[in-house]
Design a protein. Structure first.
Length: 312
């Protein structure tokens, strides 16, 4: 049955019946607004939008994976501030002929990704639209910690990375060329593996700056460099090209480092730390902060786009 067949409120009932709620949710869907506990008295908030044909394709990914990806894009922003995610609000604009089962699977994906970090989908909105669009707002709690912004990096700091980069970008290239393998890369595009615990851990460890790598490592570190008034230099040798990526790059005529250094959508976390910091498991050093401005690789400008630009 299509969403037009069940109607707006019937679809809302079907979706909310599939959701569960954590201890921070004081009032869930069903009223004019949800009520979420904020023990820290500060709320971290972030929003993102995914548009069919621009950020995902329904012939490349199932609804469940799209739901997980939509949640991950926002939850990663919350943990990049050093906060613990608490809730998501989701606005869905959908063509009237989309099947209700597709929307239900989307809700399952959103709920599963949120539950994995102790957050809940607490409400949102629905509307008919010729273009399927998913807008997500994520909330988080700092648990008494100071937020880790982009503006605290200092000359001499280590630049470190948690998670992986380049896998999703490689998967996107593979899919765009009409292939469905290597599976490792395709699945990385469909559903990112976000190192959620690494964000609050970095905050407790004293990270001086941090960012979610959504548009490309070099582009996002460029935001840190600009906000902090410093230069960042990345070591190419800090990145290992996995065999599946190497083989795909060779077959498609792509430099794999263009994926690793400038590819987005993996939602790794990049952070800067004081020079003497002993990094915990899951974090690795990839470069240094210096005086100056901009981002370089082994002391040289990167040859090619540094990341994704929606309007380029």
């Amino acid at each position: 049955m299509s969403v037009a067949g069940v109607g707006e409120f019937g679809l809302i009932d079907r979706v909310t019946a599939r959701l569960s709620y954590g201890s921070t949710v004081l009032l869930g869907p069903g009223d004019d607004a949800a009520v979420v506990a904020a023990p820290d008295a500060r709320v971290v908030a972030s929003t993102d939008v995914l548009v069919d044909g621009r950020h995902f394709r329904r012939d490349w990914s199932g609804a469940y994976d799209i739901g997980r990806r939509a949640a991950a894009a926002n939850l990663a922003d919350v943990v990049a501030m050093g906060a613990d995610p608490t809730a998501l609000l989701v606005a869905l604009c959908v063509p009237a002929d989309v099947e209700t089962g597709w929307v239900e699977q989307l809700a399952d994906g959103l709920g599963a990704e949120s539950a994995g970090v102790g957050a809940s989908v607490v409400g949102g909105d629905m509307s008919a639209s010729p273009t399927l669009t998913i807008a997500v707002t994520a909330l988080g709690d700092l648990a008494g910690r100071a937020p880790v912004t982009r503006a605290g990096a200092r000359p001499g700091d280590l630049v470190a990375l948690a998670g992986r980069t380049g896998y999703a970008a490689a998967g996107f290239t593979v899919l765009s060329r009409g292939f469905r393998t290597p599976r490792l890369l395709v699945e990385a595009y469909r559903r990112p593996e976000v190192p959620y615990p690494a964000g609050p851990l970095a905050a407790r460890l004293g990270a001086t700056a941090m960012i979610d790598v959504s548009d490309g490592l070099l582009a996002d570190l460029g935001h840190v460099a600009k906000a902090s008034g410093v230069a960042v230099d990345i070591s190419r040798d800090a990145f290992e090209v996995p065999p599946q990526m190497r083989d795909a790059a060779q077959a498609l005529g792509v430099d794999p480092y263009a994926w690793l250094l400038a590819g987005g959508d993996d939602h790794a976390l990049a952070a800067t730390f004081a020079p003497a910091t002993v990094l915990p498991d899951g974090w690795r050093t990839i470069g240094r902060v210096a005086e100056g401005h901009g981002v370089t690789v082994d002391g040289q400008p990167f040859d090619g786009p540094a990341g994704w630009d929606h309007f380029r």
